[in-house]
Structure formats: C-alpha cells, structure tokens
Design a protein around this ligand. Structure first.
Ligand code: BGC
Length: 732
C-alpha cells in the first residue's frame, strides 16, 4: 500500500535528514528526542527557553496558536546553532476549535468517512494554529465502559475500529505523498492494550493472552500504520508484566518488525519515569535505558533523555546507532511536512475556526452518530403536528449550562460560546410553531449536603409542574464533559445526582418523555428503557450539537447511528462484549449451571450494532458468490437493501461470521464487513460486501497466524443478534 511513509517524498526527506544528522552534536541529537510544553496535569506553560542555545528542544506539546507557536519558533531558531524548528503537537482528538462528536460517537455512525472528514477539518484548524502533529487517533479496543477513555476510541470491535483507524489517519494526514498545508501527523495510541486495564481502572495492568493481543488489540494499529500513520504513542500500563513503554518486544519486534512501522514512537506523558513506580526501573537513568532501548524514540515530556542518554552511551548500554536511528526518524518527519523549509505558519489563517463549512460538518457528523434505542412513535416531532403545542425541555445539559458538556472531554480548544445548545437548536427549528419551555430540573451531579439535595428536589418539583402543562417532554441527562476521559474511571455507571428521580417524576406526569442521553460512555439505562416514549443516545455531539439534535428530533434527518459497544444492563455485567467465546457452558438460559450471572439477564440491554431509524429497511435477494473458498479466496455477499418506509434514511448492513470449530476456541460472532447505505423513501440498491478469507485468520496456540479450513456460519443483519439471514460456508 502506498502511503506517505513509503513515498518518494519520504525517501527524499530521509536523505536530507541524514545529511543534517551528520552535522549534529550528541546534545543536539538528544534534543530532537525531547518534547516539552504545558503538561495536561498543570496549567503552567513552560517553554524551556534556556534549552534553546544548546538545541535541547525537539518538540512541544499543548502550546498552540499561530502567533504563539511562531513566537517560540522564532526565539528557538534565533538562539540555536543548527536551525531545527520544533514540532508542535497537541491532543486534537475530536476537533481543534470546531468540535465534532467524540470518537466513540463517531464510530456509532458506522461510516468511517465521518471520522475522515472530521479529522480533515480538525487538521486544517490545528495546522492554522501552528500545530503539525496530533496525539490521535486512539484506537484502543475498549470492552469496559468503566474506563473513562472509552470515549476517545472507536468501541469494542476490532474490525470496526480498524476501519475507523485508517480513516482517522487519512483524515489528519491526507492521502497524498506528503503531509503538507492543512495536514498534521497522526499518532496512533496507546500502544498497546491500554483499553484492557483491569476493571476499567485507568493506568492499570493489562494481562491477556498473546492471541488476544494480536487478534483483538493489534489490528486497529496495523490498519492505521498501513494507512501511513507517522507516529505511535507508547502506553502507560504494563502488558503481561512488562510496561508498554519499556517493552522491547512490543515497541520493536511487534511494532517495527511485524507491523512494519517506519515512523517514531513518543512515550505517553511521564510514562518513561513511571517505569520506576512500576517496579521495572531502578531510577531515572535505568528508566531511560529501558524505554529508549525498547524503542521509545521521543520522551514526552521533559529532560530525562537530554540528561541521561549520553552517560548510557558512554557505558555502552545504548548505542550511538540507536540514537541516530531515532533522530533520523524525527528529522525525516520534520522535512517531510515542510517544517524545515517553512518553520512558521501564516498568522491570518485562523479565521476558518467555526466557519459555516466546519460547523456544518460537525452538524452532519452528529446526525450520523446519535443512536435511537426506543421510539413508540413519538419521534419525529412533526412540525405540522406541533402547532400551538408546548414542549418542555428539561435538564442541566439542555440549556446554556450544557454547552460545555455537549463538547465532551478531550475537546482541544473548544469554545462553549460557539456551541449550539439543545435549547437554541430546538428554538431555531421550532420558530414560532410551538412554545419551548426550558427548565433545569436537576444537575448531572449533586453535592452531598442536605441543602443541595433539597434544592435539587425542589427544582425537580418545579420542572415537573412546568412539564405537566406541556404536550411532550424532552429530558436531557447523562454526564458532564469531565466525567469521562483520562483518569475518570467509574465503578458505577448509573445516572448520577438526582437524574433518575427527575426521569421518574417526568414519566409520572403521563406526558410522553423523550429521553436524550449525552455521555462519553455507555451508562445504565435499564430503569428508563420501557418507561419513556423514546430514548436516544446523543453522546457528546460537539459544536453543532443543538442544530443536529433538533434535526433528528424534528425528523429533518432520520437517526442512523448503531451501537459500537454492547449496552450493559447493569454495571456488574461489564465487561460485556458481543464477540466473546462460547465456553463449555454457554449462557443459553437453559439451566443454572451456565456461565452467567444469576441476578441479571444474560443479554446486554441493547446489542452491539443496534440502532433504530424513522424508516424501515428490507434485505432482499441475498446471495453468496460461493459457499466454499480457499485460504486465498474471497466470498462476495450481494444483496438488495430497500427502504420500505416513508422517510429517507440510512441502514447499516452488517456481516458477521462464526468459525464453528477451531484449533483455539473462536468467538461466537465476529463482524467482518459492513456498509452504510443511504436510501430515499422507497429506494433500493444492490450492494456487495466482501469477505476475504484473510479476514478469518487468527493466531493458534503456538502463535502462528493461520487460516484454518472448516465450517463457518455467516449472517447478514441489522445488529449482532439479528439471525434472520443465515448462511453456511466452508474454507477448504
Ligand atoms: C494521555 C495521552 C495524551 C498525553 C498528552 C496523557 O496523559 O494519556 O493520551 O496524548 O497525555 O496530553
């Protein structure tokens, strides 16, 4: 596959980097491997200007803005012997200023083009602000919503995550020969298995079989690397006993060897020094030896490489060749993106922030990312039926106070001022067709004092009174932005504060309640599912939240999002994921001696892949090109998808397989292809889903990647439990 990392431009950049490398002192080389800047753990911006003269700064993180980055760059270049500009990086996760739905939400679109387009704009805005590199995408498989960082990734499924991974990388870097104007380098993170931290506790141990590591956690990284990802970030946690950041097997043998990665690895923030508390390194010097020796080229953030590597070279523990190889990778990327030739960014380029085009992309992305889970027909709210009526809009997240939270965690330089609240969006859509009554009801959280609880209960009574005089109630509940993301693991995924009480009281009015859930992660919605008239996960939809949600509620567009994480019944049910193995005692509900909990249902509340629309679809004339393939063959599944309803909409056609007998046990279902089909009312289209046998490969007990002959089931469905269309095939 041709990518920027295999382009002629890359080779040319490498040649220039080699020539420069020969002129550098060791101190200057180590500087290129050191990144500085504002830590996410503090607000103090540190530029380390005292390092400039010796050339000890290679990169910055979290410093942004065209003027600011140009200023630092100017000072740095004026002070150093060799004019090597710094590479400015940041966490541009779901938008730079214009903020898009969170990555988890984006995955629910089942349309990788959404991720590509959002990242393309994120890259453009970031580039205009002087950045050349983002610490994104996060492609950690996450099967446990207690882990707050589930919001930063693309859900629980390896195949789906891989498709988003490649799209995300191409969005940032583009598809061309170089990462030029309005493009930034991607960084695949966190290598690897960070999402598997025990119990969803952030930074915690990942302990898994090598087969799971390679078959479940690795493919999204491979997909991003094949798409040309220039950099990778090493993870914080220990993987099977060896911290990822000091793990030579992972960072060198697997990443560079097996996956063919050619760029450079940056450590996660502080992860090198953290090899000490891990009990893996004796002291900082030892930590640097282990991390750098493992293949961690650049350190985020600080001086340990600057301070320790020369002694380690003198002692023969690290070689000059190793240092040169790392510096060469960094310099090559500096040449490749044009930084060496043009270290400054145009200071007039920032006027594209929040422009109509970008806000429109955010709005369209949010159309596709919301997942409709229940609807008794109350939705859409047809403007024609709403004349003279009253809609109650309830919840902290619904009005102005909610703006910040609708942007979600890890929103880079977002701006609530430029966010359309749900109230504003609905008000704009409704005009004077009907009255919108906005009441707070209660907050997402409540301080644990008697007064605070009393205040919330009083506020709920007030909201209920107002809502009971309306025709429809729209309640917005969920999480504040800061309640998911890094270091926000939760042991209980039920609604916080008085939100449950609020929903119950609103339902008790007898008016139809449309429940919108805005959160970074799946929450427990079991108590409300059957009580409300409609239930929609809107996640954290970003800057155009209100406009998009109004479009969905009023039927300007049909919801088309589908779950990419199994929706748990209760917190005790997690981790729950659809592609589990069967066990010798599968949970079939037949008798007590099965692998299940006795105090909750076996199935999740909603399965992976589930999502409703305002229209209906039919799959017709499904046929397989063959029911027998060779290990290098492919099955093409062709079918006609018909929109059988009266509204335009989009259907996600999902292809699952099951390998019935394997030399190691196989998952009960695995997604292997999907297509999102956009159809006008009544329209139909023939599509073909391709299943190459290579997608059926897995690692056997001896860690050989094999494609095993044998019998398979294949399903075409609307979600992972849809078994209406079942087929058999065989690898011969
Ligand atoms: C996070 C990374 C992030 C880095 C820089 C770390 O704490 O784990 O995902 O890119 O900070 O902000």
């Amino acid at each position: 596959m041709n990518t920027i990392m295999t382009s002629k431009a890359y080779e040319a950049a490498r040649e220039r980097a080699l020539a420069l490398l020969e002129t550098m002192t060791l101190t200057e080389k180590l500087g290129q491997l050191s990144q500085f800047g504002t830590s996410i753990y503090s607000d103090n911006e540190q530029t380390f200007d005292d390092h400039f003269t010796e050339g000890k700064v290679g990169s910055y993180l979290t410093i942004k803005g065209a003027q600011r980055t140009n200023g630092i760059q100017r000072d740095l270049l004026a002070a150093t012997r060799l004019p090597i500009p710094a590479l400015f990086a940041d966490d541009v996760i779901h938008g730079y200023r214009t903020t898009f739905p969170t990555p988890l939400a984006q995955s629910c679109s089942w349309n990788p083009e959404v991720a590509r387009r959002c990242n393309e704009i994120a890259a453009k805005e970031a580039y205009r602000a002087g950045l050349k590199w983002t610490f994104s995408p996060m492609v950690d498989i996450a099967r446990d919503p207690r882990w707050g960082r589930i919001m930063e990734g693309y859900g629980e499924d390896t195949y789906l995550c891989s498709r988003f991974s490649e799209a995300a990388v191409k969005g940032y870097q583009g598809d061309g020969d170089t990462v030029g104007k309005d493009r930034i380098y991607a960084c695949m993170k966190h290598f690897i298995a960070y999402g598997a931290c025990i119990g969803g506790r952030d930074y915690n141990t990942a302990d898994m079989s090598m087969q799971t590591l390679h078959d479940v956690y690795l493919p999204p990284f491979k997909a991003g690397i094949d798409a040309g990802a220039a950099t990778v970030m090493s993870a914080f946690e220990d993987v099977n006993g060896v911290p990822a950041t000091g793990n030579r097997y992972l960072l060198t043998d697997v990443l560079r060897g097996e996956l063919g990665f050619k760029g450079f690895v940056v450590s996660d923030a502080g992860a090198v020094v953290e090899l000490i508390p891990h009990g893996f390194a004796e002291d900082i010097k030892d930590a640097v030896r282990l991390a750098f020796g493992a293949g961690c080229d650049m350190i985020m953030a600080g001086d340990p490489y600057n301070d320790q590597l020369s002694a380690l070279i003198e002692e023969g523990k690290i070689t000059m060749e190793q240092v040169d190889a790392s510096v060469l990778s960094v310099l090559t990327l500096k040449y490749l993106c044009g930084l060496m030739d043009e270290p400054y960014v145009d200071e007039d380029g920032e006027d594209c922030f929040f422009c109509d085009e970008h806000m429109d992309v955010a709005r369209k992305a949010a159309h596709e990312t919301a997942v409709l889970l229940e609807n008794n027909g109350v939705l859409p709210l047809r403007p024609a039926d709403m004349h003279g009526k009253k809609i109650a809009l309830v919840g902290q997240l619904a009005g102005a106070e909610g703006k910040n939270h609708l942007l979600g965690g890890w929103s880079c330089l977002c701006d609530p001022e430029h966010t359309v609240s749900i109230e504003e969006g609905l008000q704009n859509a409704l005009g004077d067709v009907c009255e919108l009554v906005t009441v707070r009801g209660c907050g997402v959280n409540c301080a644990d004092t008697v007064e605070a609880h009393e205040r919330e209960s009083a506020s709920i009574r007030e909201a209920v009174l107002a809502a009971s005089q309306c025709d429809v109630i729209i309640a917005v509940v969920g999480e504040e932005a800061g309640m998911s993301g890094e270091a926000y693991s939760r042991s209980d995924l039920t609604l916080t504060g008085h939100q449950g009480e609020l929903i119950d009281a609103l339902v008790a009015t007898g008016k139809p309640v449309v429940l919108l859930v805005s959160a970074g992660r799946p929450l427990i919605l079991t108590p409300y599912k059957d009580k409300v008239a409609a239930l929609m996960l809107i996640w954290q939809p970003g800057s155009s939240a209100g406009s998009a949600i109004a479009d969905l509620l009023m039927g300007a567009v049909s919801p088309s999002g589908h779950l990419t994480t199994s929706q748990p019944v209760c917190t005790g049910q997690v981790p729950i994921y659809y592609n589990h193995t069967n066990t010798g005692r599968p949970a079939l509900g037949n008798w007590q001696f099965e692998s299940k909990y006795r105090d909750c249902q076996i199935a999740p509340l909603y399965p992976f892949g589930y999502g409703l629309s305002y229209t209906t679809f039919a799959f017709e004339d499904i046929r397989l090109s063959s029911d027998k393939i060779m290990a290098d063959g492919e099955i093409a599944v062709t079918l006609t998808v018909r929109n059988t309803g009266e509204r335009d909409g989009a259907e996600v056609v999902q292809l699952y397989i099951r390998d019935l007998v394997g030399s190691t046990v196989r998952p009960v279902k695995e997604l292997k292809a999907f297509d999102k089909v956009y159809l006008a009312a009544g329209e139909s289209r023939e599509i073909t889903l391709r299943l190459p046998a290579s997608e059926l490969a897995f690692h056997d007990a001896a860690m050989n990647r094999i494609i095993e002959p044998g019998k398979f089931k294949l399903w075409i469905g609307e979600c992972c439990t849809d078994e209406r269309y079942e087929f058999d095939f065989e690898i011969i």
